[in-house]
Write a protein that binds this ligand. Structure first.
Ligand SMILES: [Zn+2]
Length: 411
């Protein structure tokens, strides 16, 4: 168990409160006050005071009793999931996903808005604010219980200033102060994070935390990125732009990337590239007119569907892409001595069943430390909503967790 020790100093009261709240949140059956004292190292009196305050604020509830070691029954404490909420938004170049999470991180509601229906950043902010109000109203949630909004967006960005800086696939987003606009529109604190790092955060949040997690999250949307988690903490990097793996090379025999080099794995996993390969191979008909991102994503799903049905040419295209991705995965896993790579993002579910076996086979005898521990390649439990849920978890994390990785921009 990752243990965050408390401190009995008065001035770190909020930190201690979050240590206790985080432990209660992560326990499945609930925890007793005695267990909290044992786990945190805090005094009985401090734990008792914190628990009283959490009960008063409605953040936890007493639930059932279990027999204690000395015979005296102990009251268990659990999180009061419906006492607070967070909104998580994923701004993908093809679609906006809004999720409403309760305090336990469970998804209460979600909505999807195609981005082609949205003209510019200002309108995007209005659309997200409207989606938030609709979700809150639809699910009968008290608006005052909404803690904040987390937004996952493609990089590069400056999350400390809440600014998105010209993501390659979002035209008109050269330098957009997303947090300020959204904070004004919603009157809530807004957090911004890279889609791939938010996805990694979501995966940490739902993890059982039985052991400290070290893993990479390989995020496949309209582009490729990765989030890194070391010792259960999302690694941020100098400017919160960690994980740019798109230009990792998978060999000089590959197609030439926009960066001028051949074999970049970001290109060979990109849905638009794979759709073009499928057209060249006669698997898909040429698109009529200039295809937008959504049409491309529909055609990408059609390609994946043909491969799943056994179309040899379609299988060949995706096998080649998966083999190349495996080389990047190998480099990441070797660099950080990881034993787990989690895959997810909007473009991942259609190809998961094709890519995973190919990559497992490609890496079976390749890992430098393969004799010491295996490398597990797994699907994200949160599927295509992972970045939106992860963005909501940023808000919950800031509110609940003793960790200090929140990227708050106050309204
Ligand atoms: Zn490149």
């Amino acid at each position: 168990m990752t243990m965050h020790k408390g401190s009995n100093l008065e001035r770190v009261g909020r930190y201690n409160l979050n240590v206790v709240l985080d432990l209660i949140r992560r326990s499945v059956e609930g925890l007793s006050r005695v267990q909290l004292v044992e786990s945190t190292g805090l005094s009985t009196q401090t734990v008792s005071n914190i628990v009283r305050r959490l009960l008063e604020e409605g953040l936890i509830a007493e639930t059932g009793k279990v027999a204690g070691r000395m015979g005296k029954p102990r009251t268990l404490l659990r999180i009061e999931a419906l006492s607070r909420y967070a909104v998580g938004v994923h701004l993908d170049p093809s679609i906006i996903t809004c999720t409403l999470l309760d305090l336990s991180g469970a998804v209460v509601g979600r909505s999807h808005i195609p981005l082609r229906a949205v003209a510019d950043p200002d309108q995007t902010v209005r659309v997200i604010a409207e989606a938030l109000e609709s979700l809150v109203a639809e699910h009968g949630v008290d608006r005052a219980k909404v803690l904040g909004v987390g937004v996952a967006a493609p990089g590069p960005m400056d999350p400390s200033r809440g600014v998105v800086i010209g993501p390659p696939l979002l035209t008109g987003w050269e330098r957009v102060d997303l947090c300020e606009g959204l904070s004004e529109a919603t009157r809530l604190p807004v957090f911004l994070d890279k889609d791939s790092s938010a996805a990694a955060q979501g995966e940490v949040w739902i993890g059982d935390d039985a052991t400290p997690h070290d893993f990479a999250f390989v995020y496949i949307g309209t582009g490729l990125g990765s989030g890194l988690v070391i010792n259960s903490e999302v690694v941020r990097g100098t400017s919160n732009n960690v994980g740019e793996i798109g230009h990792f090379s998978a060999g000089i025999d590959g197609p030439v990337c926009s960066c001028g080099r051949p074999g970049c794995v970001g290109l060979t996993t990109m849905p638009s590239y794979l759709v073009n390969c499928a057209v060249e191979a006669g698997v898909l008909d040429p698109a009529s007119g200039e295809p937008d991102l959504q049409v491309t994503m529909e055609r990408f799903r059609a390609l994946a569907s043909k491969a799943r049905q056994g179309n040899d040419a379609a299988v060949g295209i995706l096998r080649e892409s998966a083999t190349r991705l495996a080389r990047a995965v190998e480099d990441i896993a070797n660099l950080l001595d990881l034993d787990r790579i989690v895959f997810g993002g909007p473009s991942w579910p259609p190809v998961s069943s094709l890519y995973l076996p190919v990559m497992r086979e490609a890496l079976a005898n390749r890992m430098a430390v393969g004799a010491i521990h295996p490398l597990d390649l797994v699907d994200s439990a949160l599927a295509e909503d992972v970045a939106a849920v992860g963005a909501g978890c940023l808000v919950l994390n800031r509110f609940l967790s003793p960790r200090t990785d929140g990227l708050l921009l106050a309204p």
